[in-house]
Write a protein of this length. Structure first.
Length: 205
C-alpha cells in the first residue's frame, strides 16, 4: 500500500487492467452499471493533452509539429509511430505524461468516494499505480482473440497487431499480479455474471 493512501478514509480501490483489446472498457461499463466509481486513466491521458494543456506544448517542443494535427490536437497515430520502436523517445513521452496522469488519478480518486473504486490502468503491470490500489483485477482473454479484435479496431495488419501485443507486458506477467481475474473470451452475458459476483465481493470488503 502506497504512502499516499489514507486507509481509514479511502474506499476499496481495485486496479482494472488487461492487454490491449481484452475488454477492459466493457468490464468497466458493467461495474459502472452496478454503481462502482470508475476512474479511467485512458480518459485522463486524453484530457492532459487537450489543446491549452501544458503537456501538449511540452510534446510539441520535444517531438516537433508533426505530432500535432490540423486542429491543434495530439495526432495519436503519428505519435504511436514515432515512439513504438524507439525506447528513448517513448521514455521521453512517458516522462511528460505519467506524472500528470498519476496526479490527476490521485485527485479524482480522493474526491470521488463511492462504495468502491475501479481504477482502469491499461499498463498496470508496468505502472507504479499498482502500489496505489488494494486489489488487481485482470481482464483476460487469449492472444488470438486480442489479435482478431485489434484487426477489427486498431491494427492494419496481423503483423502489426502482434507487434502491439509484444510491446506490452505478457499475459503471464499480468496474471501473476492478479488478485481477481475475469475471463473475457466468451459472450458478454458470461462477463456480466463474473462482474456481478466480483461486485458483491467488493461491496462486502
Amino acid at each position: 500500500m502506497s504512502a499516499d493512501r489514507q486507509p481509514d478514509a479511502a474506499p476499496l480501490r481495485v486496479g482494472l487492467t488487461g492487454g490491449i483489446a481484452s475488454g477492459k472498457s466493457l468490464v468497466a461499463e458493467l461495474f459502472a452499471e452496478l454503481g462502482a466509481t470508475i476512474i479511467d486513466t485512458d480518459i485522463i491521458a486524453r484530457e492532459v493533452v487537450m489543446p491549452g494543456q501544458p503537456a501538449l506544448e511540452e510534446i510539441r517542443e520535444a517531438f516537433g509539429p508533426g505530432v500535432i494535427d490540423k486542429h491543434g490536437e495530439l495526432d495519436r497515430r503519428a505519435m504511436r509511430k514515432r515512439v513504438f520502436d524507439d525506447e528513448p523517445l517513448r521514455l521521453r513521452l512517458e516522462a511528460i505524461l505519467h506524472p500528470r496522469i498519476r496526479d490527476e488519478t490521485f485527485r479524482q480518486a480522493s474526491a470521488a468516494g463511492g462504495p468502491y473504486q475501479i481504477v482502469v490502468v491499461p499498463l498496470l503491470a508496468e505502472s507504479p499505480l499498482k502500489d496505489y490500489v488494494d486489489r488487481i483485477l485482470v481482464v483476460d482473454c487469449d492472444e488470438e482473440t486480442q489479435v482478431s479484435r485489434l484487426l477489427a479496431r486498431d491494427a492494419e495488419t496481423e503483423e502489426q497487431a502482434r507487434r502491439i501485443l509484444a510491446a506490452q507486458a505478457s499475459r503471464e506477467e499480468r496474471l501473476a499480479i492478479a488478485d481477481d481475474i475475469i475471463d473475457n473470451n466468451g459472450p458478454v452475458s458470461a462477463t456480466r455474471t463474473q462482474v456481478a459476483a466480483l461486485h458483491a465481493r467488493y461491496i462486502g470488503m
